[in-house]
Write a protein that binds this ligand. Structure first.
Ligand SMILES: [Zn+2]
Length: 73
């Protein structure tokens, strides 16, 4: 048998941190978020979590990312 390892192709040239809210590349100004809005969203999550109330409908586009709640641990 010919044991020839396949050529490794470069993946992830630069491990950039992604916004935990919308998974977009974070910006230095609002790290680890991509924008102030996402920072607010994350903050809101903490606030609403403390009161256990439904979040206000902001933007469904971002909401999809929020759906990924850290409820596994
Ligand atoms: Zn974001």
């Amino acid at each position: 048998m010919n044991a020839s390892p396949p050529p490794l192709k470069p993946e992830k040239p630069k491990p950039e941190k992604a916004c935990p809210v919308c998974r977009k590349p974070a910006t230095e100004a609002f790290r680890p978020f991509c924008s102030k809005r996402c920072a607010d969203v994350d903050l809101n999550r903490w606030l609403v979590g403390a009161y256990a109330v439904p979040t206000e409908e902001t933007e469904e586009d971002e909401a999809q990312g929020i759906r990924r709640d850290a409820d596994e641990g």
